[in-house]
Design a protein around this ligand. Structure first.
Ligand code: ADP
Ligand code: MG
Length: 301
């Protein structure tokens, strides 16, 4: 006879207790929109990938409208190398010439469709869309103190397509490329796409999955995790140099999101199994939460 967890009445009761503890969180999140930036280890490790798909399917089943925005930097670099284009980075950001952009759009498009298929297999029917579909995104060239080619910044987001898909019970999976005004296609940082989309669709939360515990006071000490902070405090950490490198744009995206109506922005450790459910369905969470300073308690009506 095969044994299931429910064969043991103590385990079954403990499981029921855990599920019932999720009720207050489900009550708050049901009917709300959550944007999840999916990338890093959670996208490459097969076990983590299956756990993320299961978490998103569960959210879908309890009535949360999930929008996924995916990354894919390592896959783009691998394909570029395969066809003889050496990836170039300036200040940690990929330089995107026209050939690289064509590869980027193809590779990311494939990733988006494969995530949609996987979610469908897990019971959450999903649709891969890019920033070019339904006027979702409009971008212009990102101008900084170097030239990154076709790296774009978002000028406009139109949420109708995502809202229509969500209303009909589909999980949109967004590939972060966007059209410009002159026929160009821009490569958009996935954190940026996620936070802009979260603001535009009135999401309650944006979750950025990454490969570190969250914002650390000392990047070499995982015990120094900062569990919650306000947008002002987060900006201070950038100014002080405590938040550096790839964490800077990530934190800026969180700050922008909460200043533009998103209630909470979370930087979540995507290396932890079921990090999404841990973050959403427990008080302790799993990473760093950034708020605009005015946040109601999870148990408030
Ligand atoms: P992603 O691939 O998810 O976009 P990035 O590599 O771009 O992640 O950014 C996360 C990185 O930022 C971390 O791996 C870490 O090396 C760096 N970092 C710098 N300062 C901090 C900090 N205070 N807390 C956490 N990570 C930090
Ligand atoms: Mg990054």
């Amino acid at each position: 006879m095969t044994s299931t967890p429910f064969a043991n009445p103590v385990a079954a009761a403990a499981r029921a207790q855990i599920i019932s503890e999720a009720l207050p969180y489900i009550r708050i999140l049901r009917g709300q929109t959550i944007v999840i930036k999916y990338g890093g280890a959670a996208m490459t490790d097969e076990n983590l990938k299956a756990a993320v798909m299961g978490d998103i399917a569960l959210l879908h089943y309890v009535g949360v409208k999930v929008i996924v925005v995916h990354g894919g930097g390592p896959e783009i670099s691998a394909m570029c190398k395969q066809i003889g284009i050496e990836p170039q980075f300036v200040q940690g950001m990929r330089v995107t010439d026209e050939a690289t952009m064509r590869v980027t759009e193809m590779v990311l498009g494939q990733i988006g469709k494969s995530i949609a298929l996987l979610l469908g297999n897990h019971g959450a029917p999903a649709v891969g869309v890019s920033g070019k579909d339904g006027n979702l995104l409009r971008a212009k060239k990102f101008v900084g103190d170097a030239d990154w080619g076709l790296v774009g910044e978002i000028e406009n987001v139109e949420g109708q397509l995502l809202n229509a898909l969500a209303r009909e019970g589909f999980v949109p999976v967004v590939t972060p490329v966007a059209p410009g005004h002159n026929g160009e296609t821009f490569n958009i940082n996935a954190d940026l796409a996620a936070s802009s989309i979260a603001s535009a669709v009135g999401a309650i939360k944006v979750l950025l999955l990454t490969d570190i515990a969250g914002i650390l006071r000392d990047v070499n000490d995982k015990e120094s995790l900062i569990a919650t902070l306000s947008a002002d405090e987060a900006e201070l950490l950038i100014g002080q140099g405590i938040v550096a490198k790839g964490m800077i744009p990530k934190v800026r995206c969180c700050v922008d999101a909460v200043r533009n109506g998103v209630e909470r922005a979370h930087i979540v450790d995507g290396r932890a199994s079921h990090a999404i459910l841990t973050e959403l369905f427990s008080d302790s969470g799993c990473g760093t939460m950034i708020t605009n300073g005015k946040v109601r308690s999870q148990n408030d009506e």
